[in-house]
Design a protein around this ligand. Structure first.
Ligand SMILES: [Ca+2]
Ligand SMILES: [Ca+2]
Length: 375
């Protein structure tokens, strides 16, 4: 093998195209942004929260997240992410997307880029987006690179970013949403604004294409402080934050960070009887099978959450689907996971402490991004 001289290596580094991948920000750099006075912008969908810019969803919209665990959705994704920032005492500005469609996601980032360029808002410390565009390695090889034989895996994919981005441009044109997103990120980086994305909740079977675009990818840790099983882990992910939130019913509402203080008041929530209490101690063999989805031998999901579970684990985006899809961009795998006890009865105990007030669990790398500013 021929060794490259240091001079040649530095020459190669300097002649890399401007859009060559960076490994993303380090944990120290993120801490420094969090400690600065600079604003952090969250692009997401909001129902409860009135965003600083953009749309607030119609009240009639049912939401996506069930905080009090009664099977009825209470709030939207961005409300939950913003709440986590609030719990960490980190001020946040928000941009409300109209939905998850192509124009919403990329349009919001383009809008902020325009506001910053035209000095309508101060240069923020970061823009964060919790959207995941999940692609498997095989799909990238076949659909994008059109090369089945290329040696591509989750450890070396960062070396191929340029090639993959070029393939998106060549195959789908430079007005494709992903290529526009890439150009916006590059422009924002030049303006000194890092863009951060959730690494995705695909159990490392896929990669979030937004990770390739010069962003910083945030993965999730679980309650045991390990990399969460659902969190994508690949060569783009440099930082992991806690991503699991157990809802506990307490006086005044639901507590999601176990400090004994309600974070969502009763009036914000649907307020029905929790599935945890309805199904607790019921014997699984006596339940109508339509109500229950079986995952592992002793693990069951109550039906209202099965959709989310399947969306999170099984969905895979295709480039043509970025026009108006919901499930292919959002990956929100939370579920009411009951386990059977020895006598066959069900138990909902995600915290593992057997406390009886547990009513929900919401987890994901997008919630880990809410914890961006804690280490
Ligand atoms: Ca609810
Ligand atoms: Ca709390």
């Amino acid at each position: 093998m021929r060794l490259l001289s240091t001079a040649l290596i530095s020459l190669l580094i300097t002649v890399l195209p401007a859009w060559a991948i960076s490994a993303g920000l380090s944990s120290d750099q993120i801490v420094s942004i969090c400690n600065s006075q600079k604003e952090i912008y969250l692009i997401d969908v909001f129902k409860n929260l009135k965003p600083t810019f953009g749309y607030q969803q119609d009240e009639a919209l049912k939401g996506e997240i069930d905080v009090d665990g009664d099977g009825v959705h209470d709030i939207l994704h961005g409300d939950f992410v913003a709440k986590i920032f609030e719990l960490n005492n980190r001020p946040l500005k928000t941009y409300g997307m109209k939905g998850y469609g192509k124009t919403s996601v990329q349009g919001a980032l383009g809008d902020l880029r325009y506001f910053i360029r035209s000095k309508q808002i101060p240069v923020p410390g970061a823009i964060i987006m919790a959207m995941s565009h999940s692609f498997s390695i095989e799909k990238i090889k076949i659909e994008l690179l059109r090369d089945k034989k290329i040696d591509l895996n989750f450890s070396n994919i960062h070396l191929h970013s340029d090639k993959i981005i070029q393939a998106i441009k060549d195959n789908y044109g430079d007005s494709h949403m992903l290529y526009s997103f890439f150009k916006d990120v590059q422009d924002l980086n030049k303006l000194g604004v890092p863009v951060m994305v959730a690494s995705g909740n695909d159990y490392s079977t896929k990669v979030n294409l937004a990770s390739l675009m010069g962003t910083t990818s945030i993965g999730a840790r679980d309650l045991n402080n390990k990399v969460a099983a659902y969190s994508n882990e690949n060569s783009y992910v440099s930082v992991y934050r806690p991503g699991d939130f157990i809802g506990r019913k307490i006086i005044g509402g639901v507590d999601i960070n176990n400090d004994g203080v309600a974070d969502f008041s009763q009036s914000e929530l649907s307020g029905g009887q929790s599935l945890a209490s309805i199904y607790k101690s019921k014997k699984v063999e006596l339940l109508d099978i339509k109500d229950v989805g079986k995952n592992l031998d002793n693990e069951f999901f109550i039906s209202s959450r099965n959709f989310n579970l399947k969306t999170g684990v099984n969905s895979e985006a295709t480039l043509s689907l970025f026009d108006a899809t919901y499930g292919d961009i959002s990956h929100y795998p939370s579920n009411m996971s009951f386990f059977t006890q020895r006598d066959g009865s069900l138990l909902f105990n995600p915290a593992g402490d057997n406390s009886l007030n547990q009513v929900s669990i919401n987890y994901g790398t997008s919630f880990a991004i809410g914890n961006l500013c804690i280490q």
